[in-house]
Design a protein around this ligand. Sequence first.
Ligand code: 5AD
Ligand code: SF4
Length: 462
Amino acid sequence: MAIELDIKKLEGLQPVLVKNNPAAHSNLYIETYGCQMNVADSEVVVSILNGEGFNLTENYKEADLILINTCSIRDNAEQRIFNRLNEFKALKKQKKGLLVGIIGCMAERLKENLLEKEKLVDLVVGPDAYRDLPKLVKEAEGGQRAINVLLSREETYAEISPVRLDKNGVSSFVSIMRGCDNMCAFCVVPFTRGRERSRKPETILNEIRELLDNSYKEVTLLGQNVDKYNWNEGEVSFAKLLEMTAQLSPQLRVRFSTSYPQDMTDEVLHTIAKYPNICKYIHLPVQSGSSEILDKMKRGYTREWYMDRISAIKRIIPDCAISSDFITGFCGETEQDHQQTLSLMDWVGFEFAYMFKYSERPNTYAARKLPDDVPEEIKSRRLDEIIELQHKLSHISNKKDLGKTFEVLIEGVSKKSDDRLFGRNSQNKVVVFNKKDNQIGDYVMVKVNDCTSATLHGEIVE
Ligand code: 5AD
Ligand code: SF4
């Protein structure tokens, strides 16, 4: 059967590369919330259903099946999704036969409750059960309860070729492992995504070769903790996988996410330093700058350990950009602990950070054992303070780039002006520059002449 490739725009998400199945009889609309891993999973889900007669639609009003790939990481993520489910419930009343399914982390966390108590959905499918979707959809069509939330120790969807839902046809996510064994006290992920398991390296490399054949230029290798990638008991480590990926083509940029301070080895850092096409950017979530809080969080490292890892990055990869995640107001966090976070941020000089207020998640160690005792207004004030500091640090870092020239991979046209393009440099900074006769997907050299805290501005140089 012939498979056509065509570019479409998907409402709510992004433009999308759709493999049209001419034998398709139904329309699928999918909406993705949460992390990059969920984006990669949605691509697997579309691929599975595409083979079963579903074409992707950009308009949920045309859909026969609506799937929402969900996130449980914080309570506000779940509340947003509940609101969206209520909107779709109203649509179901108007359109007979429309099926709505919830997949991903919330499906795993709330299980039958979503079918029984809330009666919001027809289908509930956890992150390890997507191969079962065709069967479950048929059951739901027949009016049965359709649920599979079994977690697996093996499933990695290794040989499934995902249908790309990315923005630009230039960069794509590639899942290299699933699950997480860390059990940080605040985190719901081990409950929603199950045990850690690595995907077979050949299948990862084949997926990336396919991307290269389709003119992609950048991949981000994804895992909850990529440093724990381990195929066949040490046969292929994360450092080795990075190297094998980088060797596929010098034209391919390689990124990865997320690293874990306890597990990030110097071997990985030396591999990054060795290959010019492995991007000089590491996302290394610290969560807190206080060793007491890190201990309560069960992160397995101290402030000093984290600082040692940062020193190693700066020593081995001097031009590396570093970003992090922070949680303010975790159980028992004092003003002194908070000051320690601010001082660590200052010491590292992060290029970028994702910052959150602590949100208690049911069943986690913290929810069971530690009182959520920092008042909401103090959490908010501390969050404001770290956001303000990060803003300054990002600006300082960007100002250091004035006058420098970077290789930039063009990703698209600037939102503010059709005459300007944007892309990112190796350090993952967004660079906006004048348009010449270049295409999206080209590499260009850009000299930086201006900046804000969020963006570098420059001109193409030969
Ligand atoms: N509350 C607030 N933030 C959280 N994160 C994970 N769990 C929680 C929670 N319960 C943040 C962490 C993590 C990022 C993905 O989300 O900073 O690194
Ligand atoms: Fe991703 Fe974690 Fe949210 Fe699940 S809970 S979607 S793994 S961020």
